[in-house]
Design a protein around this ligand. Structure first.
Ligand SMILES: [Zn+2]
Length: 87
């Protein structure tokens, strides 16, 4: 056994990003990924992008109560509603 902190490379960091964002990593792995991000600007940039993107998707999914109706309203306001509704 060694008390050395676990070190991961960019490939592993990239593989763990989604798990990190979803909070699915063990504390040990999470710490290793976060240490890598602090030392590695390219990976940090990817992480920040992924994190913002996933947050945006989740927010959007939550707010989408009536997407069909909203679409109709937008199309209607643009004068693009068609009478042939083939859904
Ligand atoms: Zn990296």
């Amino acid at each position: 056994m060694t008390s050395e902190p676990r070190v991961i490379d960019c490939q592993e960091a990239a593989r763990r990003l989604h798990e990190l964002i979803d909070g699915e990593l063990t504390p040990e792995v999470e710490g290793a990924v976060q240490r890598h991000l602090e030392d590695c600007a390219p990976c940090m940039a990817v992480y920040e992008f992924e994190e913002a993107f996933l947050r945006f998707v989740k927010l959007k999914a939550k707010g989408q109560t009536a997407p069909g109706d909203l679409k109709k309203r937008i199309l209607g306001s643009l004068g693009l509603t068609s009478n042939s509704d083939n859904t």
